[in-house]
Unconditional design. Structure first.
Length: 320
């Protein structure tokens, strides 16, 4: 492999709040949600969308309103020039990460200079799906799939080769293999909620969250600017943890009789979108954006304000 001296610079990143299943963001289509994030990203950085070489978006469902290349639809809905392309990638739960990786790889091999890596899932709006019958006429009742999470349209050959199981069943297998107890899982889940709520109260997410306007049938739109997912109650503008280890322990296993994985210690079913703006040309970035993040081997190593940092310092951070 030929060596490369290129490095990938993350100019900035923004995201929507993380919505709960059936929460306020459930009223927003996934293409509209991603479009809002893409538009906010470019407005915040001051970069002209016409300079984009491509927009990558990860989406693991693609069974409903996010079908038929949600990246391209969101680019158009964001008001970007019609000649800016978009491509949707699917690596299931790692789809958005794959989109970022694709953008970074494009920069590293010299395919372009400015890319967006993004992702969107609106699990609340995942549709039911029904296959056509193998032959007609038929008197068999149709099979209906809920595309919110998990497999659908299973291939029997795949099931024979590698038994098709759900994510929850996979978690049960890992818990058995790694000897992770129910108590450990519940404690970890409560700690995760606690840290997220503390971060909300301390305002740690405000700099990265794009407020989403949710239209209403009557009156002004509802503004969603805070994560809904951590389990909390709100009082006088302050969030309070609304779960405990005891609450977690009272839940029944969701995927296996006598198992350890529950609705409480599993990952959430959520709605949200996020996007990163990436480039390789530091000279151009200095002219276009006030904030620069230097990323190397998947880690942010330096952050600069381009209005005060000199070019030599930024270049040094990018190559050392």
């Amino acid at each position: 492999m030929l060596p490369t001296t290129r490095d990938v610079v993350i100019i900035d990143g923004v995201r929507s709040p993380i919505g709960t299943y059936g929460g306020e963001l459930s009223k927003v289509r996934p293409d509209d949600l991603l479009a809002a994030v893409l538009k906010a990203l470019m407005e915040r950085t001051g970069v002209d969308p016409a300079l984009l070489d491509d927009v990558y978006a990860g989406c693991g469902n693609q069974a409903g309103e996010d079908n038929r290349n949600v990246a391209r639809m969101s680019v158009l809905l964001a008001g970007f020039p019609a000649d800016i392309p978009g491509v949707t990638v699917n690596r299931n739960c790692a789809s958005a990460l794959e989109a970022v990786n694709q953008g970074a790889k494009s920069i590293l091999v010299g395919e372009g200079e400015i890319f967006i890596g993004s992702g969107v899932e609106t699990m609340s709006r995942a549709p039911w799906s029904m296959p056509k019958p193998d032959r007609v006429p038929t008197f068999k009742p149709p099979k209906m799939w809920d595309t919110t999470v998990g497999w659908r349209f299973n291939n029997p050959k795949m099931d024979d080769l590698y038994p098709i199981i759900s994510l929850g069943e996979t978690a049960e297998n890992i818990a058995d293999e790694m000897q992770i107890t129910r108590e450990d899982q519940d404690a970890f889940a409560v700690e995760s909620h606690t840290r997220a709520i503390n971060a909300i109260n301390e305002g740690r997410f405000k700099g990265e969250i794009v407020a989403i306007q949710v239209p209403q049938r009557k009156g002004d739109p509802v503004i969603v600017d805070t994560d809904e997912h951590p389990r909390y109650t709100r009082e006088n503008g302050h969030c309070h943890l609304a779960t405990s280890v005891e609450d977690m322990a009272a839940l029944q296993p969701s995927f296996r009789k006598g198992g350890t994985v529950t609705a409480g210690n599993s990952s959430g079913i959520n709605d949200g979108a996020a996007a990163l703006l990436m480039s390789e040309d530091l000279d151009e970035i200095l002219e276009l954006s006030d904030r620069i993040l230097v990323c190397r081997q998947g880690r942010i190593v330096e952050e600069f304000d381009s209005r005060t940092a000199d070019e030599e310092t930024i270049m040094y951070a990018a190559v050392h």
